[in-house]
Design a binder for this molecule. Structure first.
Ligand code: CA
Ligand code: CA
Ligand code: CA
Ligand code: CA
Length: 436
């Protein structure tokens, strides 16, 4: 369960302990054989950070394992394998939804490299159409994803507690189709929190955010295939990439007065300014000339990447991680458009953040400005360490979690003490994880 204002005293003690221990044993090898290296994020501060967070391999296959999502111990991702050739779908790779459970590590269904992973939905070839699966998200026992079948894309769902029955998550269980196939209208990018599923939808000829409520199944606003779904936005620009936490939905608007913007709405304010009904005015969080990709919300924090400058000595954009805190609305650090936002990183390229509790993770390319082939790795900070090593202020030295040498952006997701990310250290895209 995702709890509000979650703090993690245990992990803070661990981080501090690790930093202290790291100062003592820096330069040796950890128990798992991962090299312990002293590498500081040139993103700020002085000195070096030592990490001993072991990098645990999750997938070992030669397939492309991407788009991880995590809730409690449940990890889900998109597995892209082998390319097939048909008349309609020439050269499109097959994509499956795979799953493992950290609490089953060492057993079937666990997340260690040697554990057999579970396939929730596989790519299928039906009536000359390839069924592809991607963009998974998970909340408690419910898993949602996007399925493409020919020209029709839909939001799908299964429930692990129904395994072996209709609506369950075993490979051969019939899954629930949330959105309609008729006409062939595209719905993609789902996110789920509790009973609410949100996605982007092109029913009205431009992208809008839509939602449904599982507690209203069978009625208007429910999540059964034929239930009329609830429209959230109606601006003629594209509203995309939604996320949801408790009653707050956030998304990106790709053309708000010529800029890219992050908006939010609050389901408890429905029918009033700031509510999520289609007629309610939505709340502007931030706008920029830079594209945000996926902003994320958890607890009181919203995180995103933005660019406010160029890299020193170049004309290239310098990406940074930014955050705001809903409890500070109306003050510096709050999430209203007039509030100054908090810059988390500094020099180098940083993108694709995620947040849980007081911890923010992201993909960082510290030496990008000097060498575009230099390593890109996963870094983290903890707000409770602000002003110190590991803190989330722009000049605080950050903590490096992964050690790979390739320069591709990585996607990290965090839940509790578990952080999972895409990693190409073995030549194909795998998932790795660590525990903080
Ligand atoms: Ca559809
Ligand atoms: Ca729109
Ligand atoms: Ca930067
Ligand atoms: Ca792989």
């Amino acid at each position: 369960m995702k709890s509000k204002n979650l703090d993690m005293p245990k992990s803070i003690l661990l981080i501090v302990g690790v930093l202290v221990a790291g100062l003592v044993i820096g330069g040796v090898f950890s128990a798992t054989g991962e090299a312990v290296r002293k590498i500081g994020d040139p993103g700020g501060g002085t000195g070096t950070t030592t990490t001993i967070f072991p990098n645990i391999k999750v997938t070992t296959d030669l397939d492309i394992d991407v788009e991880p999502a995590i809730f409690n111990n449940k990890v889900i991702w998109t597995n892209e394998c082998c390319t097939i050739f048909t008349t309609q779908d020439r050269g499109i790779p097959l994509s499956n939804i795979d799953f493992c459970d950290i609490s089953l590590n060492g057993k079937i269904g666990g997340c260690l490299a040697g554990d057999t992973k579970l396939r929730i939905e596989r790519a299928r070839y039906i009536f000359t159409s390839v069924y592809q699966n991607f963009q998974p998200d998970v909340y408690e026992n419910r898993i949602v994803w996007t399925q493409r079948k020919g020209n029709d894309l839909n939001i799908m769902m299964c429930d692990l507690s129904k395994n072996g029955q209709v609506g369950g998550c075993l490979t051969n269980d019939a899954k629930d189709q949330i959105t309609s196939s008729f006409p062939n209208v595209t719905q993609v990018d789902p996110a789920i929190y509790n009973n609410i599923i949100v996605w982007r939808d092109i029913t009205n000829s431009n992208w809008d955010i839509y939602r449904c409520d599982l507690t209203k199944n069978g009625q208007v606003g429910g999540c059964l295939t034929n239930n009329p779904k609830t429209r959230v936005t109606n601006s003629t620009s594209a509203q995309i990439n939604p996320d949801i936490y408790e009653n707050t939905i956030i998304w990106v608007d790709n053309n708000f007065n010529g800029k890219v913007a992050i908006f939010m709405c609050d389901l408890t304010k429905n029918g009033q300014p700031g509510g999520c009904l289609v007629g309610d005015s939505k709340t502007l969080v931030h706008s920029s000339n830079y594209f945000f990709d996926h902003p994320k919300i958890q607890g009181n924090l919203i995180v995103w990447s933005d660019s406010v400058r160029t890299l020193p000595g170049t004309s290239e954009i310098d990406n940074d991680i930014f955050m705001c805190d809903l409890t500070k609305n109306g003050q510096p650090g709050g999430c209203l458009v007039g509030d100054s936002k908090t810059q988390v990183t500094s020099t180098g390229q940083q993108d694709i953040p995620d947040v849980y509790g007081n911890v923010i993770v992201w993909s960082s390319w510290p030496d990008y400005q000097y060498n575009h082939n230099s390593p890109n790795n996963i870094f983290m900070c903890n707000i409770l360490l602000n002003g110190n090593k590991g803190g989330c202020l722009a000049n605080d030295e950050k903590i490096q979690l992964s050690y790979t040498t390739n320069s591709n952006w990585k996607t990290a997701k965090i839940y509790g003490n578990n952080i999972i990310w895409t990693d190409e250290r073995n030549g194909n895209v795998d998932l790795y994880m660590t525990q903080i």
